[in-house]
Each structure stands twice: as structure tokens, then as C-alpha cells.
Design a protein around this ligand. Structure first.
Ligand code: SF4
Length: 547
């Protein structure tokens, strides 16, 4: 090894041992440090380069967490459950449910899930239908499906033993990414995983300008190798870290995400990694919130560069107000335009936003607009209560395997009458019998936003006089009562559709529209039947009165 390389490796080792962050040496400006033509390393304020500060931040954050943490069912299991596989499973379920969903929403789902499937083995034996039913309303239905597939894999291929490291969790379990793996490893097993660091090391410390060597370390940890505890980076952690270190570059870019992972791995407390990671996420969820962060109550504000900047600006403004000779505010605006971690030159710091200047994201692509015609097919059940026909979606793609009212995606800009005709044709092909377009009654539109789709459901209804036998070669279908509908694996969007339909029915039942109600009741009552009683073809095909 060359002397220069040896010095670089020694410095990298020293930094790792000290627990300090990947950062340029203090006291050197970026301009002096950068070799000619090479990109300048980001300035020190974007890192945690002082081990004493890292220690203080860990202590403050953990003390706050011990005092203020919320009682959550998965936290109790992570502490109380003696069986390591059950513990890992309990944390895994919570992490998958919490992705993009609020804690308050998840608690009830989590409790019902763990009651029904308290172990990996129990989940592995469940049907996809049961999983979808319990998951209904949480969104991202494929996550529940993948969780169950992964549980089956652990039971059948890993003898029911959960992988213990972040690396193995990510490698062996479908649907488990870097964040989930880190969370399970640190919270359930209190330890170790992947550590990747970038270190800037001076090759010739005495020379000016000193060229820098960027050293990349990638190491998979295990207890015997003395490697690092694993940090985690989720949406809450991204927000907190970007504010702590004034990182204003696009927080969804791979370069910034890598930097944040390095930072999380440096900050994580080596003796309480699970608690530390949860504390950082808890801080983002309850104090360092997106729109109105509670900086006054923040346990780490003295380590926060964004908060310091706001404080300095306030001091500067008050100096000016009271007629003191204004000084230039002592705030860094490092290299806007060429610093890879600062906001782009086109979007400099905006004083009116305060700490919420961070984090920043590149503008998202607008969601794709889609229109779908859907039809509430309704009949009277045995006791006069309405029953609805639902069909199952294909087993892959959006809302895979869920149940819905018969639906048909529509071309954009189709005229209303044409929409109705296309839906009638679709129902006709599906039922194998003519369906009159004029019998389909338009009752409203329902808008539902999926992450990448702006979906408009154009809702029609069609009351039927009798049972319908659908071609079994097509989608599975069944009649359900209202209660059965809500207990089925139906999406939130379909629940909204039924709500619109019920609202319409209530309006029709109001005294003002009494005469209409009587006519409707007569029409429905005439053909009312219990399942299994087949009407004549003539009775079934008789189109109800058009609106
Ligand atoms: Fe977030 Fe404010 Fe705390 Fe900084 S001081 S970490 S911006 S809550």
C-alpha cells in the first residue's frame, strides 16, 4: 500500500472508531480543500463531525424518548415478547402497516391482525382472501399480500426462523427493503446491519491546497466483527435530519438518501439502537412535524442548524428594530449552486418558511387521471334487505384480488351517454344477457386518489328483479348484504361508491319523493325473491324505469 493510501485508511479507521460522521476535517474551507477540477466536498455543517455533539444529541433524544414516547402495541411486544422470532414478526407487521399510514389508523388494524395471526406460522396458513379482508382500508393492498408470502417463505424455507440481521432480512424476505430491515434488526434484535460511510481524508495534510481522497467503506455487520449498529431512514427521519443539518437538496434523490443513511448510521446509539431509531422517528412524528414543528419543545434544538438559522435571523431583525447598527446575520449560505446538499440556486432559503425550508423534494409527476364506470347491481334479499353483487378483481395489478362492484375503465372525454352504453355492453357480455343502457341509472361520481392515479368512478345503479347467474369462467362473484359488503375485502373507494348509492336511496325515501318510492317499491317487490329462486328470463331482463 502506498504511504498516501495507508494514511487515508488509517484516518478512515480512526473516524469509524470515534463514531464521528463522514465529514471534511474541521477548520478547512471547501474552497481551499478541493483539488482543482474535482467537485468540492460539502461543508462541515451538513455533517455530524464532532463526537461530543453526537454523544450529547443521543443523550438528549433518548432522555426525551424515555419520558414522552407513546404507548404503542408493537413497542410493548418488542420489549415483552421473549421469543425472538415472534418479536421480529411483531415489529415487521407494524413497520409494513405504518408505511404511508398514520399510527392512529394502524393501531386497530395491528391489534386485530396480531389477534388473528399471532405468529408467522398462523399467518402462513391464512388465505389471501382473509389477508385482504383484514387489510381492507389500509391502502397498498400488495403489502399485505407480500407480507403473507414472506411469512410462508420463512416457515417453509427458513424453518420458521426470522433472519437476524438487516442484511439477511433485506436479502431473504420479499417486500422488506432497507428501511424495514433496519427497523426490524434494531428494534427486535437490538443490533446490527449494514453500514456504509463516505469519508473525506486529506492525503497530504501539510500541503496547500490539500487534495482529498473520498474513501468508501461498505461493511456488513455482525457482533463479532465489532461493526456498527444500524440506523433507519424513513420519511420522519428524512425530515428531522434534513432540518438538523440544513440539507436542502432534493431529499428523494439517491445521493441525498445515501447521505442520510450514512448520517443515521453514525448517529445511532450503539447501546440502544432500537430505542434510538424509534426516538428519531417519534420526534419526526410528534415534534418535528411537516407543517408546524414544535421547535420550542424539541429536545435536540441546540443541535439543529435550521433552528439556529431562524434564531439568528430573529436576533438580526430585532437588532434592526431597536435601532442597533445592523450586523450581517451570521448564517451560512454555503455554496448555493454548487454544494450538493444545499438548496438549488433557484430556490434559496425563504425566511417566511423558517425551518420548514427543509426538506425539499423535486416536484412530483401529477397523478394520472382515470375514469371508471361502476354499477351497483342490487336485489332484495330474503328479508327485504338490499343485497349487492360484487366481483373479484384479477390477482395482479392495482387492488389485486379485492372485490368491487362490476366496473369498466373508460376512455377519457367520452360523452355521458356513450359511457352508459359501454357499461351496458360490458354488463351484457359479462352476464350473457341483454342489458338496456337506459336501465342504468346515473347516481353520481366518486373521486379517489391513489398514490399515482386520480381515479373518478362514474356510479350507476341497476335494480334487479331476480338472481343472476354469471359465467363462472369470468371473475368470481357473489351477492352480499350491506354488513357482508363492509366485512369483505373491498377497497375504500368501493365503500365510497356504496355510500353515494345509499345517500341517493335515502333521498328517494324522503317524504317529498314519496310517490317515486312507492313506484320503486312496487317494481322491486314484484320480482323480489330469495337466492336460488330462478326467475323467468323475461322477468330478469325487464329493464327498470329510466330516470
Ligand atoms: Fe425539528 Fe425544530 Fe427540532 Fe430542528 S429544532 S429538529 S426543526 S423540531
Amino acid at each position: 500500500m502506498s504511504p498516501a493510501r495507508a494514511r487515508a485508511a488509517a484516518a478512515a479507521g480512526a473516524l469509524r472508531r470515534s463514531g464521528g460522521s463522514a465529514a471534511p476535517p474541521q477548520g478547512r474551507s471547501r474552497k481551499r480543500a478541493a483539488p482543482r477540477g474535482a467537485p468540492a466536498p460539502p461543508p462541515a455543517r451538513h455533517f455530524f463531525s464532532d463526537p461530543a455533539e453526537v454523544e450529547a444529541l443521543r443523550g438528549n433524544l433518548l432522555a426525551w424518548y424515555d419520558r414522552c414516547k407513546r404507548d404503542l402495541p408493537w413497542r410493548a411486544l418488542a420489549v415483552m415478547e421473549p421469543d425472538a422470532d415472534r418479536r421480529g414478526y411483531a415489529v415487521w407487521v407494524s413497520e409494513i402497516m405504518l408505511q404511508q399510514t398514520q399510527v392512529a389508523t394502524v393501531i386497530d388494524y395491528y391489534n386485530r391482525w396480531m389477534q388473528k395471526w399471532p405468529t408467522l406460522q398462523a399467518l402462513a396458513q391464512a388465505s389471501l382472501e382473509e389477508v385482504n379482508e383484514l387489510w381492507a382500508g389500509l391502502g397498498y393492498y400488495s403489502r399485505g399480500k407480500r407480507l403473507q408470502e414472506a411469512a410462508r417463505k420463512v416457515v417453509s424455507e427458513l424453518a420458521g426462523r426470522m433472519p437476524r440481521t438487516a442484511e439477511d432480512l433485506q436479502k431473504l424476505l420479499p417486500g422488506v427493503g432497507r428501511y424495514t430491515a433496519g427497523a426490524i434488526a434494531s428494534i427486535s434484535y437490538g443490533q446490527l446491519g449494514l453500514w456504509v460511510g463516505f469519508v473525506c481524508v486529506p492525503l497530504h495534510p501539510g500541503s496547500t491546497p490539500a487534495p482529498f481522497f473520498v474513501w468508501s467503506i461498505s461493511q456488513y455487520g455482525n457482533p463479532s466483527s465489532g461493526s456498527q449498529a444500524t440506523g433507519v431512514v424513513d420519511g420522519n427521519v428524512i425530515r428531522v435530519l434534513c432540518r438538523l443539518r440544513c440539507i436542502g437538496a432534493d431529499s428523494s434523490s439517491p445521493a441525498v438518501i445515501d447521505q442520510l443513511w450514512d448520517m443515521a448510521n453514525v448517529l445511532v446509539d450503539k447501546s440502544r439502537p432500537g430505542d434510538f431509531n424509534q426516538a428519531l422517528m417519534e420526534l419526526g412524528a410528534t415534534v418535528c412535524v411537516p407543517k408546524a414543528p414544535l421547535c420550542g419543545e424539541c429536545p435536540v434544538k441546540q443541535h439543529c442548524q435550521a433552528w439556529r438559522r431562524v434564531e439568528k435571523e430573529l436576533a438580526f431583525t430585532s437588532q434592526k428594530l431597536f435601532g442597533n447598527p445592523p450586523k450581517v446575520p451570521d448564517v451560512e449560505d454555503c455554496g448555493v449552486g454548487d454544494c450538493p446538499l444545499c438548496p438549488p440556486a433557484t430556490e434559496p432559503w425563504d425566511s417566511s418558511l423558517g425551518v420548514t425550508n427543509f426538506p425539499r423534494k423535486a416536484a412530483k409527476k401529477p397523478p394520472r387521471a382515470m375514469r371508471t364506470a361502476t354499477c351497483v347491481l342490487e336485489r332484495r334479499g330474503c328479508h327485504g334487505a338490499p343485497e349487492y353483487l360484487i366481483v373479484q378483481r384479477p390477482s395482479s395489478g392495482l387492488l389485486a384480488g379485492l372485490w368491487e362492484f362490476p366496473s369498466l375503465p373508460l376512455a377519457q372525454d367520452l360523452q355521458k351517454e356513450r359511457e352508459r352504453e359501454e357499461l351496458a355492453d360490458h354488463l351484457q357480455a359479462w352476464m350473457g344477457r341483454p342489458v338496456a343502457a337506459k336501465g342504468l341509472r346515473f347516481i353520481g361520481e366518486v373521486i379517489h386518489i391513489f398514490s399515482h392515479i386520480h381515479q373518478t368512478y362514474v356510479v350507476y345503479s341497476l335494480p334487479l328483479d331476480g338472481d343472476v347467474t354469471l359465467d363462472p369462467a369470468l371473475s368470481p362473484s357473489r351477492w352480499v348484504t350491506e354488513n357482508e359488503f363492509h366485512a369483505s375485502a373491498v377497497s375504500t373507494a368501493m365503500k365510497k361508491v356504496l355510500k353515494v348509492h345509499e345517500k341517493q336511496r335515502r333521498q328517494e325515501s324522503s317524504p317529498v319523493k314519496g310517490s317515486k318510492r312507492k313506484r320503486g317499491a312496487k317494481a322491486q317487490g314484484a320480482g323480489s325473491t330469495c337466492p336460488g329462486t330462478q326467475l323467468s328470463l323475461h322477468a330478469f331482463l325487464r329493464a327498470p324505469t329510466a330516470p
